[in-house]
Structure formats: C-alpha cells, structure tokens
Design a protein around this ligand. Structure first.
Ligand SMILES: [Zn+2]
Length: 91
C-alpha cells in the first residue's frame, strides 16, 4: 500500500511535505513543523482524509532515516475507509 501523505487536521488537509524541506535530494524535517504535527498526532487530532473518522499517526524519525508518512492508528481502521479512492483523486 502506498504511504499516506495527507491527513485532516482541524478540518484542513495537511500534506506530509509541509514538515520537511528537500536538501540535496534528502527530505530533512523542519523541527518546529515536525514538533507541531507530532503533538497533533499524539493528541489524536489527525484523521483519514476520506472522512471515515479513522485516526492517523505521524511517522517521521528524528534522524530522517524513514520516509515521512501517516499511518492508521492500530485498532481504528474503519471498513468504510475510502482512502484508496481518495489517493486516486489526489495521487
Ligand atoms: Zn478513511
């Protein structure tokens, strides 16, 4: 499954690219933005962009070793999730 790159936060779409900048081909996290989004993640403020209500978790390592993305919080997957359709609309 493709990595999720969009979440809904406070009623707005947030793209994962908002937390990093690209330097020499590396996606380098912007500390303030990362901290901010991580807090929202911890407080269950991030949701699936399809509107199914599933909580999303921010996945982003401090050392920039992993590609930043969102994933569904364990146990909150909703069978009504239509994120696959959403990803086709906003690849
Ligand atoms: Zn969904």
């Amino acid at each position: 499954m493709a990595h999720r790159t969009v979440a809904i936060c406070d009623g707005k779409y947030i793209g994962i690219e908002s937390i990093y900048t690209v330097i020499n081909g590396h996606q380098i996290n912007i500390p303030d933005r990362l901290k901010n989004l991580r807090e929202k993640s911890r407080n269950n403020k991030l949701f699936c962009p399809c509107g199914c209500g599933a909580n999303l978790i921010l996945v982003a390592g401090d050392k920039n070793l992993r590609e930043q993305h969102f994933r569904i919080k364990d146990g909150t997957y909703n069978n009504n999730c239509r994120v696959h359709f959403f990803n086709q609309l906003f690849p």
